[in-house]
Design a protein around this ligand. Sequence first.
Ligand code: NAD
Ligand code: G3P
Length: 343
Amino acid sequence: MNVKHQLRMTVLGSGSWGSVLADVLARNGHAITIYGRNAQEIAEINRDHTNSHYIPNLQMDESIVGTTDLREAVQGAAAIFFVIPTQAIRPVAEKVGALLSETGNRPFLISAAKGLEEGTLDRISQILTQSIPQPVRGDVVILSGPSHAEDVAKHDITTLTAASENEDAAAWVQWIVMNDYMRIYTSTDVTGVELGGAIKNVIAIGAGAIHGLGYGDNTKAALMTRGLAEMARLGVQFGADPLTFSGLSGLGDLIVTCTSTNSRNWRCGDRLGRGEPLEHILATMGMVVEGVPTAQAVHTLSAQMHVDMPICDTIYQVLYRDRPLQESIDALMQRIAKPEIDF
Ligand SMILES: NC(=O)c1ccc[n+]([C@@H]2O[C@H](COP(=O)([O-])OP(=O)(O)OC[C@H]3O[C@@H](n4cnc5c(N)ncnc54)[C@H](O)[C@@H]3O)[C@@H](O)[C@H]2O)c1
Ligand SMILES: O=P(O)(O)OC[C@H](O)CO
């Protein structure tokens, strides 16, 4: 265990990643409150130090305090981690903003979620800065990278990127999260880190789908490599550094999400490939599948920016336009021949 100067921090979201991140921070010596909306789950965390629905293999640090009271969670926190589904971040952040205006603390805002908001197409850093007034917030930091909660719960060696426009804020998050099984790198490319983390979820649905259909390793490698090209192509249009997509939040997360049965996005795709309807998959997953709403946002964003993203678009057509999977894959293969590097 890595004992550090104790800070009081809050994790918003008592799902799989929120519970594991809270545990990492508590084991690092910090005083952690975890906020959840489900009273039963929070009672279980406080009583048994477990979260059996979301992350059964985690035994949480006993110092973690669970609450369903957002005010109690926010008050006095040096940092607030947002670890809830992307589509829920704006309403929660607006409440946090109102509470911070009363409580007076000015915490770092750290997003560990990965996605784009439907409708606005905003990244999470944009949602946070729009929803929480500048005078009551510290710097925004994005924490992203290959990190299945199930593996971090086992203390598997894990690497992440902390990205912020303010290098010092990224370094602060690096310092509070790092220990002997978590190694954190810093970046100032917030846009690149966020877009990589969001778009890899869409590609992972595709990776699961081709597995479900019976395709093999060549096809998976093709999908991942060309998917990476698509995320970089969109990212550079927003000013991201193309090299960021070869890093932990891009390629690294693409590898873990496209090759692991732990991935909810991969599992969603696999079940689609086996012929299950999307509505049934989402209703029975019991956890968030970020790639589904993000596929819609990426579809609109790429059209607005005139960026060619045929794999993401195919996944969108399958998810939202009921286009048959096999027919979509055949159409992808029949596109006009082109050079590999085409930025
Ligand atoms: N699970 C992982 O391995 C992992 C790793 C890295 C990043 N992430 C990202 O973290 C985010 C959260 O994922 P997760 O795996 O913890 O999801 P999850 O489905 O396991 O849990 C989501 C949690 O958010 C809560 N929630 C949903 N809407 C809410 C609202 N309006 N207010 C308060 N709480 C709300 C749910 O009750 C649940 O506790 C996602 O963006 C995901 O991509 C997940
Ligand atoms: O289970 P997934 O597909 O939501 O992926 C979780 C994390 O983003 C992996 O880094």
